[in-house]
Design a binder for this molecule. Structure first.
Ligand code: TRP
Length: 451
């Protein structure tokens, strides 16, 4: 509210916005989380359900968040306040700010693993190395993972304190295309390895008998996480969007690019997993860090490519992390009248501290278990299986019934584009999205706690 008189920064070009939003979406979620969640959920059948979740839940919510942001020109808390004054709806934005906090705290830990692997690649990946043990030894350290987690948070704070256009837009423009090309090189190596066929079968031939409510919940959670939905990140980014942007098209680019990169990461990982490692697809959070070094070890100039890959993965993580921190900082700046730099530093330090328990969960506190999860997985479960779907559910209800689907449709279509938002949107956002999320959440939570 207090920022009304200041001219709000706008993305300088349309491409700048798409790349920044895609930069938020494309990150560890695509290259680290997607393959391991697909692996623990049996492969192809999960991929199938995930793609459905992206289309019927992800895309409509992407449109919704971007439009709420553009209309209100505010952070998530301010957006709900300005569209529904004197009502408790701002709490949905508040939940989003809290979720950003939780996700970034452990996201930065995993990004720290990626930073550390830049240097492991430099000292060489060779076919005789035991990559499972290398990874286990790394995460069960204390000082080293905390050090890289700190480095990653410092870089994130640096970008965010520089401001939206200068900081975020500049970083993503050159780096995203390079990541894409490198992924293609990796796929080529992975699918041409001897024994790659088994991995392709695992990834592409669905066995629908393995699907449970939990599988569907994991697919929805992954859709939210990978698209940066459910906590107002896209409300915040949309708030820097100008009037002459068509939202249907922008949202389609972001969802399409993100899905493409995740699916490609699966093609890089699963063939190699079966061909050159003895790791199970359900190895969990270590999957990418164990499998890809094994692929690099099988390539000419593998250590160089490994180095380049982990640099780019760290950059992809950075462009996502900045969107997480930006949500919290935009709230502090707009609603609490804090100065941007000061807010970035204070909030960044608190998030760093909250991220220390997930590191210790692999060493000093490895005895901790919550419904079978270690500390990092527990943070991940609370954020992705509870907070994000709940935030998405409430956002859909707000857009469909409180602000009204028709108003949102008109706002999104202000400038017409290739994909204009039609009546189908109202049906999805008012009925399909809320019912699907609510049913799956309730059943899977009940099952989680009753075994
Ligand atoms: N989408 C990012 C990834 O896939 C993570 C992320 C960034 C995120 N911002 C978010 C997840 C907001 C949920 C909400 O790596």
């Amino acid at each position: 509210m207090k920022n009304d008189l200041k001219q709000r920064e706008n993305w300088t070009t349309r491409l700048g916005f798409i790349l920044a939003a895609a930069g938020s979406a494309v990150g560890l979620g695509n290259i680290w989380r997607f393959p391991y969640v697909t692996g623990t959920n049996g492969g192809a059948a999960f991929l199938f359900i995930y793609l459905i979740a992206i289309i019927i839940i992800g895309y409509p919510l992407m449109v919704t968040e971007m439009t709420l942001g553009r209309k209100s020109q505010r952070n998530p808390v301010g957006a709900f306040k300005s569209l529904a004054p004197n009502s408790p709806w701002w709490l949905v934005g508040g939940l989003g700010v809290l979720t950003g906090f939780v996700i970034l705290s452990y996201y930065s830990v995993v990004a720290g693993w990626s930073l550390a692997y830049i240097f492991k690649a430099l000292s060489g990946f060779t076919p005789d190395m035991a990559f499972g043990e290398l990874f286990g030894a790394h995460i069960s350290g204390v000082a080293v993972p905390i050090f890289w987690h700190a480095v990653f948070m410092i870089i994130t704070i640096g970008v965010i304190s520089a401001g939206v256009v200068k900081g975020i837009q500049r970083a993503v423009k050159t780096l995203m295309p390079i990541l894409f090309i490198l992924l293609l090189v990796l796929i080529f190596r992975s699918v041409t390895l001897e024994g790659a066929g088994e991995g392709l079968t695992f990834y592409l031939t669905p066995d629908f008998s393995v699907i449970t409510w939990q599988t569907i919940m994991d697919a929805i959670a992954q859709a939210f996480f990978t698209l940066s939905l459910g906590m107002g990140a896209m409300i915040t980014y949309g708030s820097y969007l100008s009037e002459d942007a068509n939202i249907g098209d922008n949202a389609a680019y972001v969802v399409g690019l993100d899905t493409l990169i995740a699916v490609l990461a699966g093609f890089a990982i699963f063939p190699a997993l079966f061909a050159v490692t003895d790791v199970s697809p359900s190895a969990g959070p270590g999957l990418t860090f164990i499998t890809l070094p094994a692929v690099f070890a099988e390539m000419p100039l593998g250590s160089f490519f490994g180095f380049l890959f982990f640099v780019l993965l760290s950059v992809a993580a950075l462009t996502s992390a900045i969107s997480l921190l930006e949500v919290v900082v935009a709230w502090a700046v707009d609603e609490k009248d804090m100065e941007r730099k000061k807010a970035s530093i204070i909030i960044g330090i608190i998030i760093f501290l909250v991220g220390i328990p997930p590191v210790l969960g692999y060493s000093a506190w490895s005895g901790f278990s919550f419904i079978g999860f270690d500390i990092l997985d527990s943070y991940d479960w609370i954020a992705n299986s509870i907070f994000l779907p709940l935030g998405g559910l409430l956002t859909a209800i707000f857009a469909g019934y409180v602000w009204k689907a028709k108003n949102l449709q008109d706002e999104a279509n202000k400038k017409s584009g290739v994909i204009n938002i039609g009546a189908w949107y109202g049906f999805l956002i008012k009925i399909v999205v809320p019912i699907a999320i609510a049913v799956v959440m309730i059943v899977s939570i009940v099952q989680t706690f009753t075994g």
